[in-house]
Design a protein around this ligand. Structure first.
Ligand code: HEC
Ligand code: HEC
Ligand code: HEC
Ligand code: HEC
Length: 140
């Protein structure tokens, strides 16, 4: 009896609503086609590659932060990146520019960006964002 009611409810109202929502949010741009989490593990970040991959909840960050907070293409000191051009073709990768010979190497680029922001936000009494090594680098 109850089951019947639920399935009818599903068929008559919920399903069409769900379909509508699905169509409405269907990926028309890169925003919705991103994986929720990104495993960050670049080869040869440093010589040892001593730490396991870092799990980065990308979607969570996308929800509350401007893309250009983290993604950039600098020209004369200005971030000229058009966020519509962010794609998963590798052009968004930090490793594309933060190569070993760059002023800021890859490990430093990540650490400076991730930890600096978390540390700042942790000044708010209720925040407890990851800032210690083991918060981001689980034991192997
Ligand atoms: C907020 C997250 C975060 C914190 C905190 C953090 N790291 Fe990282 N770290 C990263 C990310 C992201 C990378 C890039 C990982 C990659 O590409 O393999 C990285 C890379 C590294 C690398 C180079 C890659 C490797 O596997 O060897 C080392 C070494 C490292 N971190 C050590 C540390 C140490 C030591 C601490 C504590 C002092 C620390 N990290 C704290 C996020 C963090
Ligand atoms: C808190 C920082 C941060 C924010 C905010 C952020 N991203 Fe990212 N994004 C990253 C990092 C770090 C990576 C991993 C880069 C790498 O693998 O080298 C990444 C990867 C990507 C990739 C490549 C995905 C893949 O699987 O290779 C795309 C596309 C992307 N971001 C788009 C966006 C868009 C669009 C927004 C805004 C709606 C956004 N990002 C917001 C940090 C951020
Ligand atoms: C298209 C090339 C390019 C890409 C891709 C790129 N960077 Fe950068 N990044 C730069 C340049 C150039 C600078 C300026 C460094 C300098 O002064 O030499 C910079 C500066 C930085 C700085 C210090 C200044 C600032 O803006 O806060 C951090 C931290 C940083 N990058 C992290 C990252 C991270 C993390 C990613 C990936 C999400 C990334 N970068 C992707 C080119 C790039
Ligand atoms: C500009 C600010 C900013 C930057 C840069 C940033 N984060 Fe965060 N991070 C946040 C905020 C805000 C939250 C809390 C989001 C929420 O809970 O809604 C968070 C939460 C997290 C969490 C905890 C998620 C959870 O489930 O509690 C992890 C893990 C994390 N960040 C990893 C990273 C890594 C790795 C990087 C660098 C690649 C990074 N963050 C860069 C602002 C930032």
């Amino acid at each position: 009896m109850i089951r019947l009611k639920i399935s009818r409810l599903l068929g008559q109202t919920l399903l069409p609503v769900l379909l509508f929502v699905l169509v409405a949010i269907w990926p028309t741009d890169t925003l919705f086609s991103q994986p929720e989490e990104i495993q960050i593990e670049n080869e040869r970040v440093d010589l040892r590659n001593s730490r396991p991959a870092v799990t980065f909840p990308h979607e969570l960050h996308m929800e509350s932060l401007d893309c250009l907070t983290c993604h950039h293409v600098y020209e004369n000191g200005e971030n000229i990146l058009d966020e519509d051009e962010l794609d998963d073709d590798g052009s968004a990768s930090c490793s594309k520019c933060h190569v070993k010979s760059a002023a800021i190497n890859l490990k430093t680029a990540y650490h400076r960006q991730c930890i600096k922001c978390h540390r700042g936000l942790n000044r708010e009494p209720d925040n407890d964002l990851p800032i210690t090594c083991k918060d981001c680098h689980p034991k192997k």
